[in-house]
Design a protein. Sequence first.
Length: 136
Amino acid sequence: MPEDRIRTLVVDDSNLFREAIKSYLEAQKDIDLIGLVDSGKQCLEFINKHNLDLIIMDVRMSGMDGPETTRELKKNHPNIQVIICTVWADQEARSYASRSGADDYFVKGEPLSVLLRKIKSLFPSYRQLHIFVKPQ
C-alpha cells in the first residue's frame, strides 16, 4: 500500500447511506474515496479496474449480498480489507460477516467515528488518522 492514503470503495444500495459515508470520508485526510457503487456486481467490476485498500460494504443488497460479494472478491484480492455494514448489533450478525471473510463490521446507526476507528485498526500504519466531524 502506498504511503499516502487508504484507497476506499463504498458499496451500499442506500443512496442516503452512501452520501453520508461519502461526506464523512472525504473529510478524512488519510482516506481517498475512489468510488461509490450500489451492488455487489458493480463492486466486483470496480475492483478489477481500480487498485483498492478498503471496501465498506452493506450486508444486505439486492442480487449479490455483502457476504457473497466479499467471498468472491477475497478469492482474487485477499489483501483488500472489507468492513461489512449491518443494522444488527448481535453476535449472529458479527459471525455472519466474519464467516464471509470480512475483516470487520460496522453497525449502521453508530457514530461514524466508530467506523474510522475500525479503519484505523485494519491499517496500523495509519494510526495517526484524525477523527474529524464535519460541521453540519
